[in-house]
Design a protein around this ligand. Structure first.
Ligand code: 3SL
Length: 243
């Protein structure tokens, strides 16, 4: 297994295909996806385009769907939810399909959706992703941070490092790393692993969310290995828990 870390979707190679590609958006899309599935959502269907989300979700029975829309950190008018994982309660999610569009996370997912296996990861479900990789040993793994509008995000790269660091219990860095970004991500994680909430406070998108009253979201998103959920793409953009 060779890991390649890409800090943003724009850095993913135009040519070639990974055996497994993993989208990360710790703040907050992939944390929300894992949480919605843990709370009993039947599936999460991701869209980069809000109009397309509306069109597709319209075909779904109203009592069986929830629409989540986020732009710039705020809920989009007319949607049931924004992108806070804390809104994903079992009462709300049970048996429903969550149709979601976010600024960067769902765009990242779209960028990698051609891979043979597509997963989403966040700190909250890191170990479930690691377990899948150890069990299936895909030859090439792309771990892609969503970033923010084309720029690097600390929180996504630290999560990539958390995944690689855990895999290094079975294999050393030289065998695992397909590009230099892997060592960089592991170094970031090693430096901050006992202060992840503090790191999220330093992150530019963490600061943006704090201005939007997002302290509780940051606390939730900074937790590691608390959800045994593996969101895996079933058909284009549709994620279900791979139990
Ligand atoms: O960029 C994204 O996709 C979102 O996760 C951003 S936010 O955390 O909902 O503001």
């Amino acid at each position: 297994m060779k890991l390649f870390v890409y800090h943003t979707p724009e850095l993913v190679p135009a040519e070639g295909k990974a055996a497994c590609a993993i989208a990360i958006d710790v703040l907050r899309a992939t944390t929300t996806i894992a949480t919605a599935l843990a709370a009993g959502a039947e599936a999460v269907q991701a869209f980069s385009d809000l109009d397309e989300l509306m069109e597709v979700s319209e075909e779904w029975a109203a009592e069986k769907r929830l629409r989540a829309g986020e732009r710039g950190g705020a809920k989009v008018t007319g949607y049931d939810l924004g992108n806070s994982p804390l809104d994903c309660t079992p009462e709300l999610m049970q048996g429903k399909r969550l149709f979601i569009s976010t600024t960067n996370g769902t765009r990242c997912l779209e960028r990698i959706q051609g891979a043979a296996a597509v997963l989403t990861a966040a700190l909250v479900n890191r170990q479930a992703v690691v377990r899948y990789l150890l069990n299936h040993q895909p030859e090439t793994v792309w771990i892609v941070g969503s970033g923010w509008e084309g720029s690097f995000s600390l929180e996504d790269t630290v999560c990539a490092g958390a995944i690689a660091h855990s895999l290094m219990q079975e294999s050393d860095l030289d065998h695992l790393a397909g590009n230099d970004e892997v060592a960089g991500a592991v170094a970031l994680y090693t430096q901050w692993n006992d202060r992840l909430l503090e790191l999220l406070h330093h992150a530019s998108h963490g600061k943006r969310l704090l201005h939007l009253d997002g302290e509780d979201d940051l606390k939730y998103c900074a937790q590691v290995d608390v959800l045994d959920i593996l969101p895996m793409q079933q058909t284009s953009g549709v994620l279900m828990n791979h139990g």
